[in-house]
Design a protein around this ligand. Structure first.
Ligand SMILES: C[S@@+](CC[C@H](N)C(=O)[O-])C[C@H]1O[C@@H](n2cnc3c(N)ncnc32)[C@H](O)[C@@H]1O
Length: 248
């Protein structure tokens, strides 16, 4: 059987924006369903890797509906005085994030991220204005990896961290083939059906993960943009990697 690569693997900005706009309403639900809720733990690990400082301001780039930003703020409580800005170029995703922000404010006044439309390849922020920046499951979708990493480094203060949480090739003998079967045959069917995605967003997810560099190659890409002291590890069950670099 001939398999045709998903037409959005060129990661053209308009295609990716449209793809996420169209699935925004079901995005959070499907994330938790398709990862069996483990995504919440992955984001918590990414928040810990940011090494939050009281009073700090953090960027959640490619924030989507803002789950990572909410996790950052939830980790510290209101007294820590932390603020988070979430930026993304999908207005559909941002609108859902904004609704979550309103709900959280009216429920108990818990601090919530502020959202801003912005392309990670041209972040609308001054140099060195954040204490740290993180991207969860977003950097894989950015058309120019080096350009995205350069921008993340630019907006972080010297000594601040850049944290990447992203899928990574899983090559373990038993879990690997099972996971690949799930990723290729089960996840796209459920995801495309529930989200009614005309772009076959969850087929794109599978195809883009398969083409994504392994952990060491991504670490090298971080070093190439002058991020230093790069550390990375995989998270349970091994299909997600957490990378941390410092702006020297
Ligand atoms: C898989 S979602 C991840 C959302 C969120 N970070 C999370 O953890 O659930 C990927 C997001 O990256 C955004 N994105 C992709 N390329 C982008 C770019 N160049 N600039 C801004 N956002 C981008 C998409 O619009 C989408 O909301």
């Amino acid at each position: 059987m001939v398999t045709v690569a998903h037409p959005y693997l060129d990661k053209d900005r308009r295609k990716i924006q449209g793809l996420f706009d169209a699935i925004a309403a079901d995005y959070d639900f499907l994330n938790h369903l398709l990862s069996l809720g483990i995504d919440i733990r992955w984001r918590r690990d990414a928040v810990r890797a940011l090494d939050l400082q009281p009073g700090g301001t953090y960027l959640d780039a490619c924030c989507g509906t803002g789950d990572l930003g909410f996790s950052i703020l939830g980790a510290q409580g209101p007294d820590a005085g932390i603020s988070v800005i979430g930026s993304d170029f999908s207005l559909g995703m941002l609108q859902h994030g904004q609704r979550k922000r309103q709900r959280s404010e009216s429920r108990d006044g818990t601090p919530a991220p502020r959202f801003l439309a912005g392309d990670t390849l041209r972040l609308p922020f001054a140099d060195a204005c954040f204490d740290g920046a993180a991207v969860s499951f977003g950097i894989r979708n950015v058309q120019d990896l080096r350009g995205g990493l350069t921008e993340l480094r630019r907006v972080v203060k010297p000594g601040g961290r850049v944290v990447l949480l992203e899928f990574t090739p899983l090559r373990t003998p038993i879990i690997g083939p099972v996971f690949h079967f799930y990723l290729q045959h089960v996840l796209p069917r459920i995801g495309n059906f529930i989200s009614r995605s005309r772009d076959r967003a969850y087929t794109y997810l599978n195809d883009s993960i398969r083409r994504w560099p392994d952990g060491e190659t991504l670490a090298e890409a971080m070093r190439d943009v002058d991020l230093v002291a790069i550390e990375w590890r995989t998270l349970f069950p091994g299909n997600v990697a957490l990378h941390v670099g410092i702006r020297g």
